[in-house]
Design a protein around this ligand. Structure first.
Ligand code: SIN
Length: 541
């Protein structure tokens, strides 16, 4: 296919964050190394192990620390009623604003029902209707109810648990938790040989692997306000960029309209399926405002609802709006949305009387490591799947609940391709040395840098973007990079800071380059979509 993408110059990045000397580093060998244990990494591990190869599956913290585990709403799939593949494909393409890869969309949608069935067989407790069929609900942008949910609003946990149980049935999968991956290691030809990381005991270790799959998840923690857990610090994107992988669509960060906004509460997601089932957005003056912004009101796409909320906050000079579910049956609510019920109750909110304060926050990184339809990156022996990858499914805007589906589909594909293309000469002991002079970081407070960075991203590279703040963001990040990226750290806090600065710079640069509005990328100074120039991707190549 003709490549008409816009190319931006990759930044000069030091190849590795730490010096590497195999003579002094503990080493491990495997056939397939999978970095990340959300839905995509878990599904990839099952597929790879099924072919008989040895798999090492790494989790940055515990298996419960992932965006997958926190997913509430559900998984989109054509399951019942008068829904059809054509309709799910069309909704995905319409929401994606003309830059999805149609072939990928068709594949993901068509694989959906089979993968949901497989999850059921593996023990995922999807909620059922009285007749025993899977219960489905609605989210914004879907023209049919097709969101399957489990344990009420604990869908991610139910899916992850089923996958983890399946993974544990394989003797040839080694799960390693609390392992921080610092970099993938490449040879002189740029071929991936595995990765270097820090074990839970604080030891540096190289894992030599015939194939490596990056499934490191999201990047919400780049923003002050986010639904994402602490682990979502964009590590995989920065690791890939340092190794020379092509990253694309970095301007497309999806903001979720409704995140709980209570002082002292973590910014918990308040699932879109609540709006799918009738929740109303009200401003601080009790006005239900969404119909002023879009005929689909509460069920308009997320970018539209997020911007509407922001505008209404500005108009009413308020820090938040409210979700009104006072008309919901309280008992039904507690059963259907047990997680949210528990959260709001812990803050003394009685849903039959009180409104739930919410505002938008960073939720899902649409851009990522460019892969082909087999999950391959441009680096030999390196694959990517899940949120860290850019497969072309989402285009410029992700349809709610399409991401768990994508993780399953491309986890399976990446696991299959990686084992099918395994390099017989890989995963052997190699001499490898890369020196970096030690640096003085005695005056550096990385927590302070990160707080400033996350606020800067929220202000300048947030829901509405403008040329001047985007340029200013790049200048400020460049300045911070000058004295952070040249340092050598020995713990995740420092490496995360370096990774986040690297990825934020790319996001600001891509957002500046796209002088139009498309999907989740809204330019206040270029509010129209410009198909003559931008009906394509922006790549760092
Ligand atoms: C939600 O439950 O609102 C989030 C689902 C998603 O982001 O796909």
């Amino acid at each position: 296919m003709k490549d008409d993408s816009i190319k931006l110059k990759r930044f000069d990045l030091r190849r590795y964050l730490v010096p590497i000397n195999t003579a002094a580093t503990q080493q491990l060998f495997t056939d397939c190394l999978i970095i990340g244990a959300g839905v995509a990494g878990l599904r990839a591990a099952i597929e790879a192990a099924g072919s008989g190869c040895e798999v090492v599956l790494i989790s940055k913290k515990t298996l419960e620390d992932s965006n997958t585990w926190n997913a509430q709403g559900g998984i989109a799939s054509v399951i019942g009623g008068d829904d059809s593949f054509a309709s799910h494909i069309e909704d995905t393409l319409t929401t994606g604003c003309s830059i999805n890869d149609r072939e990928i969309v068709e594949q993901v949608v068509k694989d959906g029902p089979g993968l949901v069935k497989e999850l059921l067989e593996w023990g995922a407790e999807f909620d059922k209707k009285q007749d025993g069929s899977i219960s489905i609900t609605l989210e914004g942008g879907h023209s049919h109810a097709r969101i399957a949910h489990a344990l009420g609003d604990n869908t991610g946990k139910a899916i992850a648990q089923a996958l983890v149980n399946k993974v544990k049935q394989f003797d040839n999968i080694t799960i390693i938790e609390n392992y921080y991956t610092i970099d993938i290691v490449t040879d002189d030809d740029g071929k991936c040989l595995g990765a270097i990381g820090k074990t839970h005991k604080g030891m540096l270790e190289i894992i030599w692997a015939k194939t490596t799959i990056l499934a490191t998840g999201g990047a919400g923690r780049l923003y002050r306000e986010t639904t994402n857990p602490e682990v979502a610090t964009a590590d995989g994107l920065a690791i890939a960029a340092r190794a020379g992988a092509v990253l694309r669509d970095m301007e497309f960060m999806q903001f979720h309209p409704t995140t709980l906004y209570i002082a002292g509460a973590s910014r918990a997601l308040i699932t879109e399926t609540l709006r799918g089932e009738g929740a109303i957005l009200r401003d601080v003056n009790n006005c239900a405002f969404m119909t002023e912004y879009h005929p689909d009101a509460e069920l308009a796409s997320r970018d539209i609802v997020s911007r509407a909320i922001l505008q209404q906050m500005l108009k009413t000079n308020s820090t938040h709006v409210f979700l009104d579910i006072r008309h919901f049956d309280k008992d039904h609510f507690a059963k259907r949305f047990p997680l949210i019920s528990e959260i709001v109750t812990s803050f003394d909110i009685d849903i039959s009387k009180d409104l739930i304060p919410v505002r938008p926050s960073a939720h899902y990184m649409i851009g990522g490591i460019k892969t082909d339809r087999l999950g391959r990156t441009n680096i030999a022996n390196l694959f990517a799947c899940g949120e860290v990858a850019s497969t072309g499914l989402h285009g410029a805007n992700r349809l709610g609940s399409n991401s768990l589906l994508e993780g399953l589909v491309f986890g399976r594909i990446a696991g299959r391709t990686a084992t099918g293309q395994s390099d017989p000469n890989g995963a052997s002991l190699k001499k490898f040395r890369c020196d970096i002079p030690q640096s003085d970081r005695s005056r550096l407070d990385t927590v302070d840098v990160l707080n400033s960075l996350r606020s800067l991203m929220w202000r300048n590279v947030g829901i509405t973007r403008l040329a001047k703040p985007l340029t200013e963001a790049q200048e400020i990040i460049s300045f911070w990079q000058r004295y952070v990226l040249d340092k050598v750290f020995d713990s995740p806090a420092g490496w995360e800071c370096q990774n986040m600065l690297t990825v934020c710079q790319m996001m600001a640069k891509a957002a500046e380059a796209r002088t139009e509005s498309r999907g989740v990328h809204f330019r206040g100074d270029f509010p129209e979509t410009d198909d003559t120039k931008f009906k394509t991707h922006i790549e760092f190549a």
